[in-house]
Write a protein that binds this ligand. Sequence first.
Ligand code: UTP
Length: 239
Amino acid sequence: MRVVISLGGSVLAPELDPDRVAAHADVIESLAAEGCELGVVVGGGGVAREYIGAARNLGANEVQLDQIGIDVTRINARLLISALGPGTRPTPATDYDEAGESLRRGDVTVMGGVMPGQTTDAVAAAFAEYIGADLLVYATGADGVYDSDPAMNDDARKFESMSPAELVDVIVPMSRDAGASAPVDLLAAKLIERSAMRSVVLDGNDPRRIKSAVLDGDHTGTDIIPDGSDEPTYWAQTV
Ligand code: UTP
């Protein structure tokens, strides 16, 4: 089973806590031991936002700001790699060809950002499409996809499951609304729709949730199920 996990920077390293990084690495290694081929895309979190904010005040342009963000995602990727054992690509992959090659060699492959103008949400979706993943997991600070931003609307309702087209429909208005924060960005949603990629959005703060979602389809987040695909228990059967 091929799985891409998108690990938000604020999930992996809200502050620099080696135990927290080690707990995520343990889950990744245990999934690899179960036979999963794993790609992990790491985000920049609060540290990226701080650097980007400071550089914006200093007059950097948007592409320069994105490059700074990408550098921070790669530092976080290196942090995770530090906690992973042998069988892991030793450096963050910088493009999909590189990432795909090291996955084919059997290495757990970690990467951060790739190019300006997007976030690691989109990188994870593109990586999953590139390797023909069976499952894409967004381990975020949000516990699923809501019909509106729960931070701005008390009546927001969480989807237990939805189609990729419904995901795009939910994300479009959120991405227009300056204050709202979408669980995955619009480009990622469109890539998921294009590739009909089975995906899960869940709260990744406790990494054990990622493991049970991958192995058993067991989680309290949102399943994104392309039309005609099997029920979540299918994941356990493919391992
Ligand atoms: P993130 O993927 O962490 O952005 O990339 P985010 O979604 O705002 O942060 P999380 O989900 O809270 O962790 C950090 C920044 O790096 C740049 C963007 O500026 C992004 O905001 N970036 C990242 C790119 O320009 N290209 C990429 O491929 C990835």
